[in-house]
Design a protein around this ligand. Structure first.
Ligand code: THU
Length: 135
């Protein structure tokens, strides 16, 4: 997949974000870095909870932070895990709210590329805001 994204700063940000994960239960730290339309980078890490279902993924933390800060258009996402795990289904759908064909780079804990893909490939035939009739 060819993009004109400068991945390097996003990979660095995702690796740094991964270091801030709070994952005492799974031990699976995840970092995410979103590139916004204005060139900002907004990061997230997973935050778990003693009440297990309350834990939240790194990608959704990044999206929530970004939207809260006024960013609704995204140009790219990097996700860093120990072994190149890809975004879960809930995160794919959360991302789809704001981007259709978002370029996504999955890296390991050393920042090595495991997979270069995009959201359309990860979530084909997605339900999107356009599927809802006007309120
Ligand atoms: N996790 C993420 O942060 N992102 C994903 O897309 C996959 C899973 C987190 C959730 C949980 O804290 C840990 O990884 C193990 O599932």
């Amino acid at each position: 997949m060819t993009t004109n994204i400068d991945w390097h700063p996003l990979v660095t940000a995702a690796l740094e974000a991964r270091q801030r994960a709070y994952a005492p239960y799974s031990g699976y730290a995840v970092g995410a870095a979103l590139l916004t339309a204005d060139g900002s980078i907004v990061t997230g890490s997973n935050v778990e909870n003693a009440v297990y279902p309350l834990g939240i993924c790194a990608e959704r933390v990044a999206v929530a932070r970004a939207v809260h800060e006024g960013h609704r258009r995204f140009r790219a996402l990097v996700v860093a895990t120990v072994n190149g795990g890809t975004p879960c289904g809930a995160c794919r759908q959360t991302l789809r709210e704001f981007a259709a064909k978002l370029p996504i780079l999955i890296v390991d804990a050393q920042g090595r590329t495991v997979l270069e893909t995009d959201l359309a490939e990860l979530l084909p035939h997605a339900f999107s805001p356009q599927d809802l009739p006007p309120a």
